[in-house]
Write a protein that binds this ligand. Structure first.
Ligand SMILES: [Zn+2]
Length: 169
């Protein structure tokens, strides 16, 4: 089921999510909904807080469904290694219409549980590394906007405030 994606300003997006205890039918349904919602958007990643659930789960597929092995589901993810630096434009389904250049590690290794509760380690470079870091941030209540400094950040926040006031956000 496709669920509504929360936008910048919605409570859950700005709060630290809690760990998943174990797989339950509800968690399974949630993961299915996250996958449906990500592909429908379409997006290359989605974190549970984006659909209003404060749990440490994200889904990523940088192929947006083209690669049958492209879909990754990770729960309670932890950073294993990070190195290098990349500077690319980044956006977010929860901040529609805005993009900014965000500094990220160029290589990122993450471990967590998959949907059968097996421990998995994934290594990402370039876009996949960026997606991992972006989704991990969501689980700590941070959006890419929070990674920006100074004028660029203020400009986006001000525009969002204006849109909110006008009832267009
Ligand atoms: Zn996002």
């Amino acid at each position: 089921m496709i669920r509504p994606i929360l936008k910048y300003g919605a409570g859950t997006l700005h709060e630290k999510a809690t760990e998943v205890g174990t797989i339950t039918p509800d968690i399974n349904t949630l993961v299915n909904d996250m996958i449906d919602t990500m592909y429908a958007a379409p997006g290359i990643g989605l974190a549970a807080p984006q659909i209003g659930v404060g749990l440490r789960i994200f889904v990523v597929d940088i192929s947006i469904g083209r690669d049958p092995n492209g879909l990754l589901v990770l729960m309670n993810p932890e950073i294993v290694e990070r190195d290098g630096m990349q500077l690319e434009e980044e956006g977010c389904l929860s901040v529609p219409g805005f993009n900014a250049t965000v500094v990220r590690a160029s290589r990122f290794v993450v471990k967590g549980r998959d949907r059968s509760w097996a421990e998995r380690t994934h290594e990402g470079t370039a876009l996949l590394a960026r997606a991992f870091q972006h989704e991990m941030d969501h689980l700590d209540g941070a959006l890419f906007v929070d990674r920006l400094r100074g004028i660029k950040r203020d400009m986006i926040v001000r525009k969002i405030r204006k849109l909110t006031k006008a009832g267009k956000w």
